[in-house]
Design a protein. Sequence first.
Length: 377
Amino acid sequence: MRSRLQSDRCHARGGIAPALRHLPDLFEDHVIESAGSDLGETELTRAKEKRQNQDDFRETSFQNDATQIGLEASCGKQGAAVYKPPWEGGRFGKRPSLLALEGECGTNCPMLRFTKMNGAGNDFVMIDNRAGDLQLAAEQIAKICDRHRGVGADGVLVLERPANGATFRMRYYNADGGEAEMCGNGARCFARYASHVAGPVEKLSFETPAGVIGADLQGELVCLQMSEPKDLRLGMKIPLGDRTVAAHFVNSGVPHVVVPVEDLDNVDVRGIGSAVRHHKLFAPKGANVNFLMRRGDRQISIRTYERGVENETLACGTGVVASALVFAATERVAGPIGVLVRGGNELKVGFERAGEQFQNVTLTGPADFVFEGTIEL
């Protein structure tokens, strides 16, 4: 079959363009002529020299994380894109996350390369910034997370080089563009993503504002060694207008309120969740709000209203941990605790007790790759 498909270069659909990362997996150490004729190496060299003399052809290369993509783009001209995989040492070498394109149409189109992942339904956009050359504004993060005009996600996770001896550094941004201290489901995705782009490992650690998190990769599952929980407060009364909500509080990396309920399906997650999240008791930063229902001696179900997202999410890792610890404290049960989330998965929370304190807290659950792509900033 000699016919060829025309590549849709330079014209991102809805601001999102297809990824090129899969090409080096198929054609390692080769030069790929996209949407052009079959050329030998000599002919390819001559064609490239000719194109370099044409005014309507531009090449922009972007250096990121010790790798470089040279992408020649001419917006709709056949045989115009050349991809050069520059890394050495095999298919698992470092890969760039940011790509700058410029076409003959005269527009400079900075394209951000990303990976989409989800942890128990909590979805994230992953970005490799180990080179340190990427700075995203809050409005750009909000655009990326927009489910109608962007990629769509509950948050953005950025992979960076460490500062204090861990393997990596993790930065997490909510869908509103604000940076948060920690995200449990995001941290599991981060661990798998870091292993994917930096080389496969079974164990790694990463710095967060909540402390250093350890990760043990077990196939598609990731077991996190969480930071020590703090500020456990049981039996709180939260006044909300003409009613009072009985609740508990713990900081499991970020602040969480846990509200026990008997009917989880019919609870007003958004209404009550928003009111508690913005309550003056938790000012100025506010708190996430979890609604907990007992299912067994060591099993619970929860629904979570997340600050930053300002809505219910399908799962919240630190909310899972907070709810499990509150359940263990109020019911006087040992771990592990199984926690069913709205996304349908059951996550496991392990811990040890030292009096009224919790130690060696772990969170185990899935972290799945969804797709890769680029988005115009």
